[in-house]
Design a protein around this ligand. Sequence first.
Ligand SMILES: *Cc1c(COP(=O)(O)O)cnc(C)c1O
Length: 508
Amino acid sequence: MSSRSHLLNDRTVEHYRRSVTEGVGRVAEKIAGADRPFTGVTPSQLAPTVSGIDLEAPLGDPAAALDELENVYLRDAVYFHHPRYLAHLNCPVVIPAVLGEAVISAVNSSLDTWDQSAGGTLIERHLIKWTAERIGLGTAADGIFTSGGTQSNLQALLLARDEACRLVEKNSATPLRKPEILPRLRILTSECSHFSIEKSATLLGLGPEAVISVPCDEDRRMRTSALGAELERCEREDLVVMAVVATAGTTDFGSIDPLPGIADLCERAGTWMHVDAAYGCGLLVSRRRHLLDGIERADSVTVDYHKSFFQPVSSSAVLVRDQAALRHVTYHADYLNPARMAENNIPNQVDKSIQTTRRFDALKLWLTLRIMGAAGVGELFDEVVDRAADAWRLLREDPRFEVVTRPQLSTLVFRYLPPAPAGRSLTDEVNLHARHALSASGEAVVASTVVDGRHYLKFTLLNPETSLGDIATVLDLIAEHAGRYLTERPGAPGTRHPDPEPVHPRAS
Ligand SMILES: *Cc1c(COP(=O)(O)O)cnc(C)c1O
């Protein structure tokens, strides 16, 4: 086949149709046949297969490349749709959104300017408006789709930083320059917040001391009394709190910071309130919307549709209460988005984004809402939150395990407790071992995390197909792996010493 025949155009649509249909067919087969979420392959087993592919020797033919892909990727991929995939914040995806993906890459709009996207820009804007309304941000709200919660948080904090600098400059008796203000800026966020807050601070030119960690209560929610005290301390020390970041759904515990109390404190202090709802945003369409009460008072909000709206990666947005704040990322280029276009009301989304060329991820959410509706998405999310509540009861009543908090969303942090008293390090070891052994078997995939310096296991439930029976099975598997480790580990009572003294010491 000639190179030209691979270009998608009016003469190649049959080739396009056949290629994509063949690819869809292979994936459909894999999904139908996956009897476990993972094969347990290790990096060292798989690496030679991938690095052995000679990229200078193309196969030419889609079917041959798909055959090869079976070995290098599809066979050992981690399948999030499987009900015993319980590890990270990856959701099974809804078919309307997968359909959207196919349209996105074939038409290949770029959402930076109107002249590269047309209706795409308007669809994205309509979805931003819809999300802002669900949050309750008011009529001046705006926002933009991003690649993920990390980028949404970064952009929100960039806007907060520049607003804080603007206000400090305005209120200063003597002229000040930004580099003089930056070292005084602080971000207050709970000890359970996402690491992208710290990363953002670094990227924004702030020092490592810029992020102040506010303690949480036993339910892993920010203590508002501690936040109040920190705000006062910063004021006394002439520091500028550029933002308070509340988390609506912490990554580990799914805990939701007390948004109304935090909003009161921010209002009193005149501080930017950012709500990181990367995980909890699914509540916007659920019957538990009340759990987000107070979010409507935020200055900016992060949502990850690719976490709790069942969207494929990537799909996220950052929303702001006041569209004027977005001017801090507005730059004009003569070749792309000259200022006269904005003056003529030509909508160029690049004026609101830290990206330039940008995917039309919004289309996936659009088709999802148009086909199944927001209530349909909310129903799925409510199901996993219900399941987490049931699983919490299961864990609480099971003497083999200890569970940290009662979930508000859909994660469970717990650990196996050895039946006989065991030291701290043995309990840690046995849990790490169980996680590893489970993943190596491919029977289930669970996550691990550290709480107060100790190793725990974590379920992140995002699949309505995961039954309580699946969860009970996985708990049994964990207990089995852990129990076997306790009896068979080197040095366990009743086993031989791993490195026995030589029976016949050699004469020296
Ligand atoms: C996952 C997560 C993020 C990061 O989002 P990405 O989409 O992975 O970049 C930020 N904050 C919270 C609370 C998260 O759970």
